[in-house]
Write a protein that binds this ligand. Structure first.
Ligand SMILES: Nc1ncnc2c1ncn2[C@@H]1O[C@H](COP(=O)(O)OP(=O)(O)OP(=O)(O)O)[C@@H](O)[C@H]1O
Length: 340
């Protein structure tokens, strides 16, 4: 990864709430108990991570683990207590108020759990509002706002005020508003939590489509592991303000860095995460017979073909080349549980 690939970089970031956090001497070994003794609480504890351009980073953790606080620090909606957050190489802690507003307006989009809609404006005007702030002309911003509302399934409700919409509909207006400005960096704090499962899946698909098309950098908080697995390039698992592991979904479930991460991912169906290629054995001169299976597919997607295959070692192909051999028994053990 080169420096150019990194859009957001945070180093040893702390966010401590309490009486006088600025007077604390924070060190990696500072514990929650040390802080509690002085009437403080660390919502974010010594977090260092880099987010790459075009990446979708999903932040997960139990309630109170610091997800929202971390994301608010990345957008400098909160001032951090210690450490640095750099966006495209600029330390955002040093930006003046106008520069900060400009950075947010030009580069960042945000959707938070509380929808933050303007109560005296209609759905259409709410979605058009950030475009107005950018100085876009009325006709084009209204047209764009209409398109975005249609995209989130609110065609026909353009003239409704927030109080006339359900919680899920208000959330969709918030999503449409953030989509309207096509930000480079998107911060999404449980954006789909109030949506019912069908529309939620549609919105996830829409996100994946936009992500693929526009190479946006997205930081996304969710409680829902299935959602994380569908969307994430990498997942950060938080506990008590610290990031326990930041890794690909496959490595989070197959190589948990701590007992906590292992416990957190215990109930996940591994076969939906693990690609056949991850189980590949080297060919090492063994015969490679017959049609190979695609190494990039998950075991779940290949289940029928693996069950119906009679070869003990099934060749795997990646971009037209043999990538290794899949031990059918090991794959079946994962799919069906070890034989009794
Ligand atoms: N303004 C504040 N003042 C004091 N403590 C706060 C404040 N904001 C958050 N906290 C504390 O910081 C910790 C992390 O909160 P945060 O909202 O970041 O967690 P979260 O992981 O996003 O939770 P949830 O999933 O419930 O939204 C919690 O213990 C919370 O009580």
């Amino acid at each position: 990864m080169t420096a150019d690939d990194v859009v957001i970089s945070c180093r040893n970031v702390w966010k401590v709430f309490g009486d006088r956090p600025e007077r604390l001497r924070l060190m990696p070994q500072t514990t929650m108990e040390d802080l509690r003794a002085t009437g403080h609480i660390a919502a974010v504890r010594d977090v260092s991570l880099d987010i790459r351009r075009g990446e979708m980073l999903v932040v997960m953790g139990l309630s109170g683990s610091g997800k929202s606080t971390l994301v608010r620090c990345l957008a400098r909606l909160l001032d951090i207590t210690a450490g640095t957050v750099a966006v495209e190489g600029r330390d955002i802690g040093r930006l003046g108020e106008t520069e900060l507003i400009d950075l947010r307006r030009r580069k960042m989009g945000m959707v938070f759990q509380s929808f933050g809609l303007l109560p005296h404006r209609t759905a259409l005007e709410n979605v058009a509002f950030p475009l107005e702030m950018r100085g876009q002309d009325r006709a084009s911003r209204i047209a764009r706002a209409r398109d975005m509302l249609a995209l989130v399934g609110l065609k026909g409700r353009e003239g409704y005020f927030p109080r006339e919409l359900s919680g899920g509909q208000q959330q969709r207006v918030g999503i449409a508003r953030s989509l309207a400005v096509e930000p480079d960096i998107w911060f999404l704090d449980e954006p789909f939590s109030a949506l019912d499962p069908l529309i939620r899946r549609e919105m996830q698909d829409e996100f994946l489509r936009l992500k693929g098309m526009l190479a946006k950098t997205i930081v996304f908080i969710t409680h829902d592991f299935d959602e994380a697995l569908r969307l994430a390039d990498r997942i950060a698992i938080m506990k008590d303000g610290a990031v326990e592991q930041i890794d690909t979904p496959e490595r989070i479930v197959m190589a948990p860095a701590t007992p906590y991460v292992a416990k957190f991912t215990e109930a996940i169906d591994r076969t939906r995460v693990v690609h056949a290629g991850a189980l590949a054995l080297p060919v090492d001169g063994r015969p490679v017979d017959g049609e190979p299976l695609p190494a990039g597919e998950t075991l779940h997607a290949l289940a029928r073909r693996i069950v119906g295959d009679s070869r003990a070692l099934i060749p795997l192909a990646d971009r037209g080349r043999i990538a290794g051999l899949l031990d059918r028994k090991a794959a079946l053990d994962l799919l069906l549980g070890p034989a009794a």
